[in-house]
Design a protein around this ligand. Structure first.
Ligand code: BG6
Length: 301
């Protein structure tokens, strides 16, 4: 059931810090403004669309022509991929990256924290039963401040073991993707969704000068994006994430996708996704929970 805007505001708004608005056709967006940053989140998908620490350029990329529409995923921000990543293992008609990014989530709680950050938590009230016939709800907690923390928790409340794939499919803003270096994946094996060699080992830092679409496996370390043009580094700390996906569509795919804005709309973004995908899927026995956690921060170079 859709909770009306007035009810959400009455129950969860925090004066001058967290507000709800209708961005058009009932598409609800939550705006946050606190001592450390500003941010916006779509209720659909619990989809963080913007996070900008004070005195800093935006950290999260959003397509200039992103559409906010019911049941459609948003190009940019932090789409939540759940309960599977990529194509469904057996059902090709099920949506890529799962249904969590296109369904409405419930707000569970909002809170002003002592250090000036804001916390907000969500859960999926009703999953798509035909696609996920399990009693396994999912929750998202965000702590939005000088750093951005996100924790995606799956609880298996059913009586059989389930398999979960998940990802925080974060689009980061960069000055020019051709000049960045991504560190932390040296020596990791990856599945290359673009190249001819299906399995490869990373040698050194990652640079981007063509389409990149890779699933780094069995990789739990933190990752850093060095961005000389913006004179900053974005640090990605993570827990319970054994895969990292690095994605940039490059020119042809960007044109084909049509929702990146200009033809060179791929140049100021890169996706570095903290995930459990492919061989790193999570098996959850009854009564077990799994929390994928990340924290993003920005440092001057
Ligand atoms: C990445 C995948 O995670 O998401 C890519 O590895 C995919 O293959 C990209 O193209 C975007 O997916 P979508 O469904 O948001 O267009």
């Amino acid at each position: 059931m859709n909770t009306p805007l007035v009810t959400l505001s009455k129950r969860f708004a925090i004066t001058r810090e967290l507000t709800f608005r209708d961005a058009g056709d009932g598409f609800i967006v939550i705006d946050i403004l606190n001592a450390h940053c500003s941010a916006s989140i779509a209720l659909q998908g619990a989809h963080l669309m913007r996070w900008q620490p004070k005195a800093e350029q935006p950290v999260i990329w959003m397509s200039p022509v992103a559409k906010l529409a019911q049941a459609k995923s948003i190009r940019g921000g932090v789409p939540v991929c759940w309960p599977w990543f990529g194509a469904h293992a057996t059902e090709s008609s099920f949506p890529g990256h799962g249904f969590a990014r296109t369904v409405l989530w419930d707000v569970v709680n909002t809170k002003k924290l002592e250090d000036g950050s804001t916390s907000i938590s969500f859960r999926i009230a009703d999953g798509v039963k035909e696609q996920w016939p399990y009693h396994a709800p999912v929750e998202m907690e965000m702590i939005i401040g000088k750093t951005l923390e996100m924790e995606l928790t799956t609880k298996n409340q059913g009586s059989e073991t389930i398999t979960v794939g998940d990802a925080l499919h974060t689009y980061f803003c960069v000055g020019d993707v051709r000049n960045i270096e991504i560190r932390g994946l040296d020596g990791c094996e990856y599945i290359d969704k673009v190249g001819k060699e299906k399995r490869t080992k990373q040698d050194g830092v990652i640079t981007v000068d063509a389409e990149v679409d890779r699933i780094y496996l069995d990789q739990g370390q933190d990752v850093v994006i060095e961005d000389p043009d913006m004179q900053r580094r974005i640090c990605i700390e993570k827990r319970n994430s054994h895969s990292t996906i690095v994605w940039n569509p490059w020119i042809d795919k960007c044109k084909k996708m049509g929702d990146f804005g200009a033809d060179d709309g791929y140049l100021d973004m890169v996706c570095v996704e903290s995930a459990n995908a492919d061989e790193d899927l999570v098996q959850l026995a009854p009564c077990q929970a799994h929390s994928l956690w990340v924290r993003y921060s920005v440092e001057k170079q």
